[in-house]
Structures are given as structure tokens and as C-alpha cells.
Design a protein around this ligand. Structure first.
Ligand SMILES: Nc1ncnc2c1ncn2[C@@H]1O[C@H](COP(=O)(O)OP(=O)(O)OP(=O)(O)O)[C@@H](O)[C@H]1O
Ligand SMILES: [Mg+2]
Length: 273
């Protein structure tokens, strides 16, 4: 069951987003698999970008490059702090400011929700009282306060994903990378989580890269949708989602929303998705 929507009052200090600039990035894996070819994407600080593309085209590879978990053979991936661009360029990817949410929740089964969410701060050496307070706040943000002492096996799939989201938010990231986070969930749960995520982004101001195979999810969440071609991925289309900033659940029934979904569908079809 999906718990009630979180209230806005608990949200931490807005984490101002960071610009991400990918220029001419190519990535060929050993064995000759070319995943990315000459990818150019400039994402301004605080933008919510949905990333679409055929299966296996290189979307997760792009996220790994942005996270600094992998490097391109050609081109550059820059993560810049708009307030201190020179310094940020020198430092390269700012690992501590980036959070990554995978398709599976990846929770530790022997830790309860609170201690799973506190883990990133524990690994950073943050003292116990501070990390538990921050974890409680993140748990409240995703509407899971009542489940804080439960273990992963006692949660639904949607709740587990919200724990995963809270664990990503606990470090107050300035870039949030989400790789098909809600793909395994039923449609209604997914829509509720999309609405929660959208609210978190509105309040937090972080830059978001959201990989999905769902066109309506991309249109509902994104300010922009980047559509990749078949492997090796290059940017096939870069579509501004010109919907209002306020996105209530019933936006999905509106004509312009559905026109955008159709536009994404046609683009993806053309690209072999
Ligand atoms: N470490 C690796 N070594 C070799 N090949 C890899 C590696 N990682 C990814 N690939 C290959 O690179 C291509 C792109 O993979 P990637 O995971 O980025 O695709 P994707 O767009 O995220 O796909 P999906 O939509 O199925 O998640 C695939 O053909 C994949 O098999
Ligand atoms: Mg992937």
C-alpha cells in the first residue's frame, strides 16, 4: 500500500542543483561494444531531465559517467557548481554531491529502514545522533515515518523504493541520478511515487537525470526529455516538455500531456526503441 504523501514542512535546506555538461563523450567497452558515441548534453543546474532510449543503448552507461563511476574514452563529463565554476572544474565530479538510485532498492536486509537510510552518512563518518536525525528527516520526506523500524522484508516493493530514495536524499545531493527506479512497480504505485519525487524536486532544486522506459513518466516528470538512438547511443532528440511547473496527478488526462507522450512515442519508434 502506498502511504500518504509527505508534507513539505520537513524538507531540508534546498540543495541547489549543479550543472552537468557532457561533451563529445564516447564509451567503448572491452570487446568492442560501443555504448556511447559523441554524446553532447548540457544540463543547467536544477533541471529535471528524463532520459529515454532503446534497451541496451547506453543510458545506464551515461549515468555511470556522470556519477564518476566510469570514464569516457573521448570527450568530457563536467559537473559544475554554478556558484564556484572554476573550483568545480578543478575538482571534477563531486562524488559527495551525487546520489544514485538503481532499479532495485539494494537495501541491506539485516538493517531496519532507519539504519538503511542512515548508511551513507555512517560511511562518511557522521556521528550517530546527527545521522539518525538526518535519516528520520529523509524518511519523513518520503512518507515512511511509521515504517522506520521495519526491515526490508516487511515492506512492499513501493515502500522499498521509497527507502532507497530516502537513502539517496539523506546526503542532500545536488545531483540525483535515477535509473528506472520505479520500473518494477504497478502503474498506480509508480504514479504516486512519480508525484512524490516531483514534489521533492520542486522543493529541493537538485539536478535530476531520470532514466525510464515509460513515456508518460518521462512527460510527467521531465522539464526536458533526451531521447537516445540505438546503440551506440547518441542524442536523437532533445524535447522540451512545455507543461506547467505545477503537475497535479490529473495532468495525465490532459490533451497537451498526451500529445507530448505521442511525440515521444514517435521519436522513440523512429529510433528503434
Ligand atoms: N562493463 C561493461 N562491459 C562490457 N559491455 C558493457 C558494460 N556495461 C554495459 N555494456 C554494454 O553496453 C551497452 C549499453 O549498456 P547500458 O547498460 O548503458 O544500456 P541501457 O541503455 O541502460 O539499457 P537498459 O535500457 O536495458 O537498461 C550494452 O550493450 C551493454 O551490454
Ligand atoms: Mg540501464
Amino acid at each position: 500500500m502506498v502511504a500518504s504523501m509527505p508534507n513539505a514542512s520537513t524538507t531540508s535546506q534546498p540543495a541547489q542543483g549543479v550543472a552537468v555538461t557532457v561533451r563529445g563523450a564516447s564509451r567503448v567497452f572491452e570487446g568492442g561494444v560501443a555504448a556511447l558515441k559523441d554524446v553532447d548534453i548540457a544540463i543547467p543546474a536544477g533541471q529535471f531531465v528524463a532520459i529515454l532510449g532503446p534497451s541496451g543503448c547506453g543510458k545506464s552507461t551515461l549515468l555511470r559517467l556522470v556519477a564518476g563511476l566510469d570514464r569516457p574514452q573521448a570527450g568530457t563529463v563536467q559537473v559544475e557548481d554554478p556558484r564556484d565554476a572554476d573550483n568545480a572544474k578543478r575538482r571534477g565530479p563531486i562524488r559527495d554531491d551525487i546520489a544514485y538510485v538503481f532499479q532495485d532498492a539494494h537495501l541491506l536486509p539485516w538493517r531496519n529502514v532507519l539504519r538503511n537510510v542512515a548508511l551513507p552518512l555512517e560511511l562518511k563518518g557522521v556521528d550517530r545522533a546527527t545521522r539518525l536525525a538526518a535519516a528520520r528527516e529523509a524518511i519523513e520526506t518520503v512518507g515512511l515515518t511509521d515504517a522506520a523500524t521495519r526491515y526490508p522484508a516487511q515492506l512492499s516493493g513501493g515502500m522499498r523504493m521509497r527507502v532507497s530514495l530516502a537513502r539517496a536524499l539523506v546526503t542532500r545531493p545536488r545531483i540525483l541520478l535515477l535509473d528506472e527506479p520505479f520500473a518494477a512497480l504497478d502503474e498506480l504505485t509508480r504514479q504516486r511515487l512519480d508525484e512524490q519525487l516531483y514534489g521533492l524536486w520542486r522543493r529541493g532544486g537538485m539536478t535530476v537525470l531520470f532514466v525510464t522506459h515509460s513515456l508518460s513518466e518521462a512527460a510527467f516528470l521531465g522539464q526536458r526529455a533526451v531521447v537516445f538512438s540505438k546503440r551506440p547511443a547518441r542524442v536523437a532528440a532533445d524535447i522540451m516538455i512545455d507543461l506547467p511547473l505545477d503537475r497535479p496527478a490529473d495532468l495525465r488526462t490532459e490533451r497537451h500531456f498526451n500529445e507530448l507522450v505521442l511525440q515521444l512515442h514517435r521519436t522513440l519508434e523512429r529510433e528503434g526503441g
